[in-house]
Every structure is written in C-alpha cells, then in structure tokens.
Design a protein. Structure first.
Length: 120
C-alpha cells in the first residue's frame, strides 16, 4: 500500500508514495534535520497524489510545513507506516545497508604481523 488520506489544511487530502514522491522527497529533505523529513514526506506524498490525479496542487511547501506542525502524532505515525511499506523505501534501505557494509569492509584492515625474527 502506498496511499493514505489524512485531514490536513482543513480538508481530507491523499498522499501517494510513488517514484514522483521519491523525487520530491529528495529535493526537499535536509540531511540530518529530522523535521525537514516530516515536512518533505507529507509534501512529497501530497504533490505526487496531485500529479497522479492530474490536478494542480492547491498548497505550497510553506503551507504544508505549517499544517504539519499541528498534526497529531498518530497521523504522522500513520503516514510514516504507509511510507515504510513502499517498495521505494525498502529498496533504499537495502542500498543503504549495502553501502554501510562496504564502508565497514574498507575500514577493516588485516593485522600487521610483527617481525619477531632476531636480527643478526
């Protein structure tokens, strides 16, 4: 499932987490800033939903940020739960795990042997 409806901005709105949302998310997120991830996730889902339905968005990123600030935690959790079930999210997590493994392998170097032979 990659779709959820939530009440935001005074009305029910759909959030669609597809490849379009992934592009929007990458464009809006600030690495290391947790709140930017929440704002970007909701905005990306809303914008991708508008794209799929071929309607013009009636919101700005700034409005979505303001609306997110007053969303209950249960709604944010529900949105996140839908997002982490998407194939794009799962593929991204696999990729990140592979990168981390490769990084660890690079940092592991064989132990140097001590030269214990006596010099003549």
């Amino acid at each position: 499932m990659s779709y959820i409806q939530i009440e935001i901005g005074g009305q029910q709105r759909g959030l669609k987490f597809n490849k379009m949302a992934q592009l929007e998310l990458a464009d809006k997120i600030v690495e290391g800033n947790f709140m930017s991830g929440i704002y970007a996730l909701i905005y990306a889902g809303m914008k991708a939903n508008c794209y799929v339905k071929q309607v013009e968005p009636d919101f700005t990123f700034e409005q979505v940020c303001d609306w997110c600030d007053v969303l209950p935690d249960e709604v944010l959790t529900a949105v996140n739960d839908v997002f982490i079930q998407t194939e794009q999210y799962k593929q991204a997590q696999l990729y990140l795990a592979e990168l981390e493994l490769a990084k660890k392998k690079e940092n592991i170097s064989p132990k140097r042997r001590r030269n214990t032979a006596q010099k003549a």
